[in-house]
Design a protein around this ligand. Structure first.
Ligand SMILES: [Zn+2]
Length: 81
């Protein structure tokens, strides 16, 4: 099944987009220096006190006006005729 997008800003673009896949990885930083102490891959568990990334999987940029938003915004507008 395909999903129709429409840009909520320029409201005319329904065909040209940049899809930005978000691939999070957890890190632990030294609070003083900002240096990375540990880096966890997506499959690794960073521990019980570390909230897992729960943001959107991807963001969409309108290739006409440049707006970057969550995919849901573009889908919501795409559903409207
Ligand atoms: Zn746009």
């Amino acid at each position: 099944m395909s999903t129709r997008y429409c840009c909520p800003k320029c409201k005319t673009n329904r065909s040209r987009f940049n899809v930005v896949e978000q691939v999070p990885h957890a890190v632990r930083l030294d609070p003083q220096t900002g240096e990375t102490i540990e880096r966890f891959e997506a499959s690794e568990n960073p521990g019980p006190f570390h909230t897992q990334y729960n943001g959107p999987e991807r963001r969409i940029q309108c290739a006409a006006c440049g707006l970057i938003e969550n995919e849901t915004m573009f889908i919501k507008f795409g559903e409207q005729a």
